[in-house]
Design a protein around this ligand. Structure first.
Ligand SMILES: [Zn+2]
Ligand SMILES: [Zn+2]
Length: 317
C-alpha cells in the first residue's frame, strides 16, 4: 500500500443548514481559499466534489479546525499524491525575520535561511526566560523590602545615635537603612539593611551579608580582657584596601558583643537570589576584583554588585 502523503476534504453537510449556517460556511470557505460567497455556496449543491485536495497534514489540520468551527461536517480522505508545489493562500507563511512569503511546507526561509521550527522554539524559550526573570526580580525586590522592614523594626526598639553614621555618610546609599553600630579596637562596624560597613586602617570596607560564609564570635582563640573577638569568613576572598582576604576579625567592646545574635541573624539568614530561576543556591568565585556567582540550579552566571548588595544575572544571547 502506498504511503499517505496528502489529504482530501469532502463536505458531508452543515450542522446548521439554515441561511445563517450557510453564511457561516461561506465566510469560512472564503477565508480559507479566497473564493467568493457565490462560489462557496455553489459547493453546497454538489457535495460529491472534494472541497480541498492534496493538502499537507499541517494544512489539513488547519482546514479541518476552521471548518469545524464554522459548523461544517466533513470527511477527510487520505491521498497518495504529493501536495502540489504551487500553494494557495492558505498554504503560505511570512518569514518572521525578513517578511518573505513562501509555502508553509518549507522548513527554512528561501530568502534569509531562517529555520522556522528553531525560531519558534527559541521564541518559546525566550518568553519562558523573560517570565522567570521578571518573577525573580519581583522576588528580589520583595526580599529587599522585608530586610528594610526588619532594619526599621530593630531601630524602633534600639534607636541609633545620629553620630553613629557620620563616619559612614559618604559610603551610605540613599535607600540604605543603618541600624546597628558596633565598636572595636580596629574601628567602627555599621550594619545596614544591605551590608556591613567598617572603617579600619585598610580604609572604609564594605561587604554584603550574602557574602559572609561564617561568623565566629568569642571563638576558641585567646580573648583580650574586656573584649570579644568577632571573625567573619567570606564566600570568596574579598578586596580589603590593598590586599585580598578570605576573613576579617575585630576585637569588639563588651557592649557591642551583646549584639552577637543580631550579627548571626543577618549574616546567616541572607542569600542572593538567582536572577533567572529564583533559587537561593549560588556558588561564588572571584576573578580579579569582580565576584561571580553561578546558580547551582540553572547555571546562570551573575556578577555581584558589592555596594548595592545585588546579584546581577549575566544574560547570554
Ligand atoms: Zn526570511
Ligand atoms: Zn538559577
Amino acid at each position: 500500500m502506498a504511503d499517505v502523503i496528502s489529504f482530501d476534504i469532502y463536505l458531508l453537510g452543515l450542522r446548521d443548514p439554515s441561511p445563517a449556517g450557510r453564511t457561516r460556511f461561506a465566510s469560512a470557505f472564503e477565508r480559507l481559499t479566497g473564493h467568493s460567497t457565490e462560489e462557496s455556496l455553489e459547493l453546497l449543491r454538489r457535495p460529491s466534489a472534494p472541497l480541498f485536495q492534496r493538502l499537507s497534514s499541517d494544512q489539513a489540520r488547519t482546514t479541518v479546525n476552521a471548518l469545524d468551527d464554522a459548523g461544517v461536517c466533513i470527511e477527510v480522505r487520505p491521498n497518495t499524491e504529493m501536495p502540489p508545489a504551487e500553494e494557495g493562500s492558505l498554504a503560505t507563511q511570512e518569514c518572521p525575520r525578513c517578511g518573505f512569503v513562501q509555502p508553509t511546507t518549507d522548513p527554512e526561509c528561501a530568502r534569509c535561511g531562517l529555520v522556522f521550527a528553531k525560531w519558534e522554539r527559541e521564541q518559546v524559550q525566550r518568553m519562558q526566560r523573560e517570565a522567570r526573570l521578571e518573577e525573580a526580580v519581583t522576588k528580589a525586590i520583595q526580599v529587599r523590602r522585608e530586610w528594610d522592614d526588619r532594619a526599621k523594626g530593630y531601630l524602633e526598639s534600639h534607636p541609633l545615635d545620629k553620630d553613629a553614621t557620620v563616619l559612614f555618610a559618604q559610603a551610605l546609599g540613599q535607600e540604605e537603612i543603618p541600624f546597628l553600630l558596633l565598636r572595636s579596637d580596629e574601628g567602627p562596624l555599621l550594619l545596614t539593611s544591605r551590608r556591613f560597613l567598617t572603617q579600619r586602617e585598610e580604609g572604609t570596607l564594605s561587604f554584603p551579608f550574602e557574602l559572609v560564609a561564617d561568623v565566629d564570635i568569642g571563638g576558641k582563640l585567646v580573648q583580650k580582657k574586656d573584649k570579644v573577638r568577632l571573625q567573619l569568613t567570606f564566600e570568596v576572598p574579598i578586596e580589603l584596601g590593598e590586599k585580598v582576604s578570605k576573613s576579617l576579625a575585630w576585637q569588639l567592646d563588651k557592649e557591642s558583643s551583646f549584639s552577637a545574635n543580631v550579627i548571626m541573624d543577618w549574616a546567616f539568614a541572607r542569600r542572593f537570589i538567582c536572577g533567572s530561576c529564583g533559587a537561593k543556591d549560588l556558588d561564588f568565585r572571584s576573578e580579579g576584583k569582580q565576584i561571580h556567582a553561578r546558580c547551582m540550579h540553572c547555571a546562570t552566571d551573575h556578577e555581584i554588585d558589592v555596594v548595592e548588595a545585588l546579584a546581577v544575572p549575566v544574560v547570554q544571547e
